[in-house]
Structures are given as C-alpha cells and as structure tokens.
Design a protein around this ligand. Sequence first.
Ligand SMILES: [Zn+2]
Length: 86
Amino acid sequence: MEHVSEIELERFLDGTLPFVKKEFVKLHLMGCPGCRRQLEKMCEERKEFERMAVVIRKLEEADRRSAQVTRQTVASVFKTSTNLNE
Ligand SMILES: [Zn+2]
C-alpha cells in the first residue's frame, strides 16, 4: 500500500490539496493508523509552533529594550504557559 507523503499531509492540513487528492488522503487515513498518527503528530507540532510564536512575540514586545531573549528564556516561558493552559 502506498502511504501519504508528508508533503501531502501538510497540504491536506492547509486545505490546498485538489479535491480528488483530498478524498484519496481522507480514505487512506481512515484505513491507515500509521498515517493518522503522522497527521496527529503534525497537528501537535503546528499547535506548538503557533503557541511558541505567540510567546516569542510577547517576549519581544515586553523586552524590546533589554532584549536579551535567549532560547532558554523562551523555552522556560513556553513551558510555564503550557502548564498554565493545562
Ligand atoms: Zn498510510
């Protein structure tokens, strides 16, 4: 069985796949737990990225003058906000 490529899953999430292809991917996902898991993983990563982007933007706004935003700072704030949300 041919699996859905990561690029196709990307486009499936973006809604940029042609209709026929989209239906094919949908059908495949129904019958393939492996590709479903891959899609879920990509969704999770996206959520993380969006959240990460929000945190970075907030940090940049608040810290524009002393702007020494290290990756570690971002990571710790990110962790904190994740915990608060859950
Ligand atoms: Zn598959």
